[in-house]
Structures are given as structure tokens and as C-alpha cells.
Design a protein around this ligand. Sequence first.
Ligand SMILES: [Zn+2]
Ligand SMILES: [Zn+2]
Length: 223
Amino acid sequence: MAERTPSPTIEDYLGIIFTLERDGEEVIGARLSELLEVSAPTVTVTLRRMVRDGWITMTPGKKIQLTPGGVEAAKAVIRRHMLTEWMLAKILNLPWSKVHEEAHKIEHSISSEVELSLIDKLDDPAQCPHGNPMPGQESISSNWKPLDECIAGDKIIIERIHEFLEEDPVLMDFLESNQILPGKQAQISEILPFNKTITLKNDAGVVTLGLDIAKSIYIEKQQ
Ligand SMILES: [Zn+2]
Ligand SMILES: [Zn+2]
């Protein structure tokens, strides 16, 4: 049986495992260690605790899967994270590039009562300020394409900056100052596969991104 409230550390693990499962990525300790920036032995110890407490199961091949209780707890922490991001952006007017980092510090102490008030106050958003779908709203992003699949000349609307990019404050600041934001238009000017870069034009001017970043930015093509 899962304990009733996971600790902040366990909540961080649950959120990342949920996101990897959602994306169809294989969930293994090495990937968690990389994303959480903690050592492999620490991840192993925490995962054992999570199995004991009923949040996850692990196959003999060390593949990790959320239990139904784990899924519910993960959805709750992601919802609270995204609602907190909106609260910081809309009510406190914090910069778009800063709300993820700040929300991460607050999300673990949001009660279900405050969560319900936020849903009401913020008109029940389907995405976070970075365009990532709320748990249960994944279908809104199903037609969006990764930016690295565009070709020169494509006119696009930026829709979503993947959760894992939100973790990099320097990148987020760069994206914000260069208008790579959900709802903003741009046109692809050049893709250089040998250089691994994509260059686009928008209201901010000319912006060049690495293809490894571009594959985690989702867009919609304009006619
Ligand atoms: Zn975030
Ligand atoms: Zn976000």
C-alpha cells in the first residue's frame, strides 16, 4: 500500500517517471540519475524505497513502472506544479523563464484545498505556461511537431517547450528574450544538419538553436 503523502523527493521522482512514461521513453535508473542530477547509488536507494512504499514496481531488468497509486500521486504533483507556475506568472507577474524554478520550490506544499482554489481562479488551464499538457489533457499536444522536423520556409507557431527544457534557467532566459514562446510565430530560415543547428526569424530577429534543443520544442505549421 502506498503511504498517503509522498515526500518532496519522492514527488520529484514520481513527476519525472510519469513524464517519461507519457513520452513512451524507457524508464531506467540511469535516465533518472541524469535528469535529477543525483548519483546512481542514490537513485537506486530511493527507487527501492518507492517499491517498498507501493509507488512503483521494478522488473528484473530494472525497468520502472508507476503503480496506480503512483500515477495518481504523480498527476497531483504535476498539476500543482503547473498551477503554481500560472499563479506565479499571472498573479505575481514573474518572468516566464523563472516560474518553473520557483514553482518547483512551492509545489510540494500546495494542499488539495489550495489546488481547487487555483483551478477555479485560473479557469482550469489545460497546459502550463510553457505549453506542456496538464495530466489528462495530453491530446491537445498530439498534432504538434518537433521543431527539428521543420524545413526551410515553414511558417510556424511555437506551442510547447518540453518539461525537461524548463529545467535549464539559462536556456529558458534565452528562449524568453528571443520570443521562442507558446503562441509566437516564426519562419524557418535555415537548417544545417552538419552543424546541428536550425535558424528561424521572428519578431525578435534571427535566432539559432541547436537541433537537440529544437527536438524538444513543439510547433504547429501555418498554412
Ligand atoms: Zn515546470
Ligand atoms: Zn511549465
